[in-house]
Design a protein around this ligand. Structure first.
Ligand SMILES: [Zn+2]
Length: 78
């Protein structure tokens, strides 16, 4: 068992990896659990971290004009 750096919960890395993969497929822009969080974050923290990274990335694209601008999204994630 490993302790999650985010929520202090004990977790199993292979469970976290499975949980992550169930949500994001390897081909997604989200990236792989092993690449990003290897053993540092539990499944649910890794999922929420990736979710906020993706949302922040989209907000930056909106500001740069690479994506349709959504003020609410930008306010929330930047
Ligand atoms: Zn956690």
């Amino acid at each position: 068992m490993t302790k999650c750096a985010e929520c202090d919960k004990d977790f199993d890395v292979s469970d976290a990896r499975d949980e992550y993969r169930a949500e994001w497929s390897a081909a997604d822009e989200a990236g792989e659990y092993d690449e990003l969080y290897e053993g540092a974050l539990c499944g649910s923290c890794a999922l929420s971290q990736t979710g906020s990274n993706l949302n922040a990335g989209q907000a930056i694209m909106m500001v740069n004009g690479d994506m349709d601008y959504d003020q609410n999204h930008v306010d929330m994630y930047l």
